[in-house]
Design a protein around this ligand. Sequence first.
Ligand SMILES: [Ca+2]
Length: 408
Amino acid sequence: MKRGVFWCVLVVGIFIVEAGLSQTMELGEVIYIGESFPVIVNVEDTLVVLNLNNPAKVYEFKVDKPGTTIELCFVRPCDHPCEGVPTERIVLANPGDQILFVLKRNPQKDEVRRAVYRSREEPLEVNLTLAGKDAKRYLCFKVEYKPADLTCNPDTLPIEFFIHDEGKLATLKLKETGPATGEFVGTYPVEISYAEGKFTVRYEYERADSQKELEPVVVALPDLPKVTVRVGGAQFILDLVTGIDTAVLNEVPSEFRLDGYCSFVLEFIRGIIQSHYAPTAEVFVEVREGKLYVVVKDGCQYYAGIKDVKVLPPVQLVIKDEKGNVVRGGHLDAAKTYKIEAMNGLADGCVLIVELGCTDNKCCQTLRSAMGAFIEWAPEQGREGKTFAIIYVDKYLCNPPALIVTVY
Ligand SMILES: [Ca+2]
């Protein structure tokens, strides 16, 4: 036969087979467990369905009228039958089985085989939490992955993961939570601690020479330790430590004083953060190199974040006389003019002179006030023997103690 004629015959042959198939039976390419699988039979005959991996039972469906759709449902004994499919059309099958479809009158013609799959490849759901008690911690993995639910027993699902460093790969077999849930869980021991701006994580991983190793992984903020999980050909990056919401960090003022008499400010900031977590959560705050480090430990779970802050120098109030000499001792002369300066005070601050005690039934009156970091004051005649508080205040969380002076 000439080559051209040969190809022509072959192509026509394929066309006839395809055309014959579409004339007698129409069916999908893949069978999924628990999903209805319609077969359209276009001739008057009997459809025979046989599971080649379990040929003990032969399923037959009589077709009286060409164009009849026979809705089938393939399930394992542990699966729910498909909704709306009558019991006699339920065919037992396992993932990986081969199903044969033939017509009874002419079984050799138009024989079709289809493979059974557990499910459509759906996106995996991977969850990670930390659990444990006291010093013991466990990574708790939960993976939704139906294709790995192959049998009517709890199946296993191998995963591998690493924390921050791909060279520190660990493996784990997750176990299905029931006979046919498609949900797999497993735990892996881990140690996690925080100190001085760094998280230290220890877990056992496989070295290239197959030795187990526990060399710690150290992750410095603002980076947070993350767990990269590989499962079913996909990769997921999950938080081991959760970042603190920016909105929470924004509640903390970005400029404040800390030194000297201001040590309570960190406690104040800790309170702001604490209000967003359980009362039992431990909150650590510290300022390192112009950044506020916040770490929260709530049960087993860690949260962490960094905020840029400016630590302002402490303010000190001083009183100077007309010659610019610092006045000490707290006694001012009613006849002189003084300049009261808030050293390191700011333009948006406020200096106040408050008269202590009561005069003419008015108590604790503000005698004078000025925006900024200084005020000039000539104690008025008639104020002799009175005591005054000189105060500097601004919004930067910590202000100096008041100066108390007596005019004579
Ligand atoms: Ca299973």
